[in-house]
Design a protein around this ligand. Structure first.
Ligand code: ATP
Length: 594
């Protein structure tokens, strides 16, 4: 069967999500609110599983990462220091005809003939409007369409019977200045800050403005010293946080992919500057090959740490059922990188609407902690005794070389931030002298992922249509969500074969009760067993456990004939069934769903 068209597939996924209670439109009974989504009973379980897996893989299972749970509203100075107040904006433009708003950089490039008008006149009243206007038509389209659109534009400005004035035509190549839907001219792009503003306290003046966090990461930097001092961690180590983030996206779209309220799973992994690594280990290791570089080593600089985290994150995705073939790495080009970033890799997923970012992994130098040090006046550096001792033993020439390199990097940062040449030079010198005494501001590798985008990726990856034909030749197509058991919302459904046999029903209920404390289990008595299996397939439940007559009477045939107290396990993906002892059920399931 041919693959469904992209938008058809998305429509199927969104309708399944609503029908089965994965995702609902927020405030639906009032017509919804754009860019906000609620997770229903199955979606809430799926999301919880994803977050718990990320937290345990990224935090609990590692010796070198600890957690943080910070507030959503923080001191607004944090967002000034991070650059969000000044630069966290998207270019926005409006259609002059329909007023529809666009993100200017997301408008597809268009070529064709642009019809320019100097204005228009009302032939009935003689009234003139001299507002210039233009319409872009794809090559080959008749000029009447451009005139019709222009007439609508001037009609909106009070002209009844429109005579267009000063029509000129010009060829246009790859322009983003026209609305792709109607060819109408767009307003010039203006930056639009994406942070949601609110007021803290009862007076609601400009002095009380605060922001809903647009990312979770900044709290990690702001609390770096507290976490470092209380967790007894030594650099290199990481701090993980997940939680809500808010962005007033100009054009929320592609279902939950670009929402205005969403959740992030972020981790800042603090590392030594390369000069400190070199002082301690004689040489910074250089990446030898692509792929996973193995267990972290003391001589790793930022490049190997960055490569390590890209690979670890891909490993995580593979471990929850997104094969590498569904993912792509996009290494940002030098001209695309933020001025402080050394490298940034986007992990992309092949969504039904295109291959797009799931997670970004950036090597952000020491920019963030440096900014908070400068803006708060609180020291963000750390003291490293091993570095101090090692530095002291280096030959003077090496000491000078490392200090010079560190000086140059610090000077570059300070100058970029607008610090005067004299002040920057003095501060960079102080920093270089500090390095020799074992002091530095940690650098950071930041893997930053979106929970909601991951949920959407898991849904798209799991969505499968199965067509079955019954004995009478009647075909039926149904949906099976092939989730990895670790993320599946319901791990096991316990079903009595027949509802009206009390001993079957009681046994199924007892098995369900014994499992529910260990995993998300479901108990379903209603409908034929085939229908109940199909319902579970559609919810993505990997295992169904059936209590039948053989549970009581003993297995009928085969090597285990006569053995009692067994149940049937049905596998979602191939429909295969196997019998196991009820007493074995819990351990059997645990190794497969955790
Ligand atoms: P994009 O370029 O798609 O807007 P971004 O590069 O601005 O994303 P980051 O600031 O790096 O995104 O945020 C890290 C992660 O947070 C993204 O990879 C994505 O998974 C998630 N994320 C960011 N913005 C949104 C959003 N509006 N809705 C849902 N998830 C988001």
């Amino acid at each position: 069967m041919a693959e469904p068209k992209e938008n058809v597939l998305m429509e199927k996924i969104t309708s399944l999500c609503k029908r089965r209670g994965f995702i609902f439109q927020s405030s639906e009974i009032y017509g919804g609110i754009q860019g906000f989504w609620d997770y229903g009973p199955l979606g809430a379980e799926l999301k919880r599983n994803v977050k718990e897996l990320w937290w345990s893989t990224m935090t609990r299972m590692r010796d070198d990462v600890v957690g943080l749970e910070a507030t959503i509203i923080m001191h607004p100075a944090i967002w000034r220091a991070s650059g969000h107040v000044d630069t966290f904006s998207d270019p926005m433009c409006d259609c002059l005809l329909t007023k529809k708003r666009f993100r200017a950089d997301q408008i597809e490039f268009q070529s064709g003939n642009a019809y320019h008008y100097a204005g228009a006149k009302d032939t009935a009243t003689g009234k003139e409007v001299v507002e210039p206007y233009a319409v872009l038509l794809a090559a080959g389209k008749p000029p009447e369409s451009a005139r019709k659109t222009a007439a609508q534009f001037y009609a909106q400005r009070g002209l009844q019977t429109v005579e267009l004035i000063g029509e000129t035509v010009a060829k246009v190549e790859n322009s983003q200045r026209f609305n792709p839907e109607n060819g109408s001219l767009l307003t010039p792009p203006v930056p639009f800050n994406l942070m949601f503003k609110t007021y803290v306290g009862p007076t609601a003046t400009e002095a009380d403005v605060a922001y809903l966090r647009p990312e979770t990461a900044q709290a990690i930097f702001a609390q770096f010293k507290n976490v470092h001092e209380t967790s007894r961690q030594k650099v290199p180590f990481g701090v993980a946080q997940m939680g809500k983030a808010f962005r007033n996206e100009v054009t929320p779209r592609n279902y939950t992919f670009r929402s205005r309220e969403f959740e992030q799973m972020e981790r800042e992994f603090f590392i030594k500057p390369d000069e400190a690594v070199e002082a301690v280990t004689a040489a910074v290791a250089t990446p030898a090959a692509k792929g996973h570089p193995g267990e972290p080593q003391p001589n790793w600089g930022w490049q190997l740490w960055h490569q390590y985290w890209v690979e670890e994150r891909i490993k995580f995705y593979e471990g929850i059922g997104l094969p590498r073939t569904t993912l792509e790495e996009y290494w940002q080009k030098p001209e695309e990188l933020a001025h402080y970033a050394r490298a940034c890799v986007d992990i992309l997923f092949k969504f039904p609407f295109g291959t797009q970012e799931l997670e970004g992994i950036a090597a952000r130098s020491d920019f963030d902690l440096s900014q908070h040090e400068r803006c708060s006046g609180k020291a963000m550096g750390i003291f490293d005794e091993e570095l101090r001792t090692a530095f002291g033993k280096l030959p003077p020439q090496k000491q000078t070389e490392l200090k010079d390199r560190y000086y140059a990097a610090r000077l570059k940062y300070l100058t970029k931030m607008g610090v005067s040449a004299a002040e920057a030079g003095a501060a960079a010198q102080e920093d270089a002298d500090g390095l020799a005494k074992g002091q530095y501001i940690p650098h950071v590798i930041e893997p930053s992922a979106g929970v909601d985008r991951l949920i959407l990726a898991l849904l798209a990856n799991a969505f499968t249509e199965v067509t079955e034909t019954d004995a009478k030749g009647k075909s039926e197509t149904r949906v099976v969500l092939r989730f990895h058991p670790r993320v599946a919302p319901i791990k096991v459904a316990v079903l009595p074969l027949l509802k009206n046999k009390p001993e079957l029903a009681a046994k199924a209920r007892a098995i369900f009760e014994s499992l529910r404390g260990h995993m998300m289990a479901f108990h379903d008595e209603a409908g034929s067993i085939g229908r109940r299996y199909a319902r579970q397939d559609e919810a993505g439940t990997p295992f169904c456990v059936t209590v039948d007559f053989e549970t009581f009477e003993g297995i009928k045939d085969g090597p285990q004939a006569g053995v009692k107290d067994t149940v049937t396990i049905r596998h979602r993906d191939d429909g295969k069934q196997e019998r196991i002892a009820t007493s074995e059920l819990l351990p059997w399931l645990l190794v497969r769903v955790k």
